[in-house]
Design a protein around this ligand. Sequence first.
Ligand code: PBG
Length: 335
Amino acid sequence: MVNKFAYGTFPSTRQRRNRMTDWSRRMVAETRLTSHDLILPVFVIDGKNERTPIPSMPGVERQSVDILVETAKHAEKLGIPALALFPYIDASLKTKDAREAYNPDNVVCRAVKAIKDACPNLGVITDVALDPFNADGQDGIVVDGQILNDETTEALVRQALVQAQAGCDVVAPSDMMDGRIGAIRKVLEESSLKNVQIMAYSAKYASAFYGPFRDAIGSASALGKADKKTYQLDPANSDEAMREVAYDLDEGADSVIVKPGLPYLDVLYRVKQEFGVPVFAYQVSGEYAMMRAAGQNGWLDYIGCAIETLSCFKRAGASGVLTYSAIEVAEALEG
Ligand code: PBG
């Protein structure tokens, strides 16, 4: 390979010259992180004036719809383009068929309506997956220990439809069933909801970094020791992720997600290079918890690490990042 950097010799070339001052570093910066790159995941619970902390995610709380509306207004003011909604569902509403997922009056649909009423110009993304509603804690319907693909997809289509009818802007299937993007796209088209975007979790890995999220939505105890390896991707693979992206785009996805974030920057980079479509990284709960816990112990500078890692997603090609640090980082960037 030709060494394309073999020009100039010291001292005529001094690489540090461009880095000497703040104005120069800003002038030569190849990417720039702004609040417009940040998508805020939020946890919604039933009730009024209710906030419950999540012990494994210090600084993050579940919020009832009225509080969430205030959070949404704040996020919008900071320039954050969208929220991603995840529900905490009371155990009494969890069933083996996860039917609460497609109840048009469930807490997700009520939150969508309230947020869109208060902030019509803020994007609202809803999660399409059964795990918060499922007595088994899995993203799919379980029969005899098997996660049923096609039956799950039928439920996901109904779930996406009630969310879209409630007024969400983007449905984001995070379940990794085969064929669900095409099925959801079809029903949206047929229901005069054709402008609802699909942000597909295409490259979603079976990761140990999701632990705190499962505490947050209350699926951890239902799931027990079971894993999600029959549908989520093997961390060993990236060709397989490219196939998932290709199918999802072909079936009608408008953008794709790579998840988790930092350990999968190579996958993100490949998606951007090979497909050139909007690709989002999800800096997941475990990544947040690591930075936050180390910050609380005085071992790391939490906000410094957050800004650095988020900038790295941009450098790798992300259009944006779903991150629990979105509000704090947006505030820090404002100065
Ligand atoms: C599942 C889902 C998961 C996350 C979002 N939706 C993970 C899982 O349990 O498989 C993880 C997000 C995070 O860890 O922050 N539908």
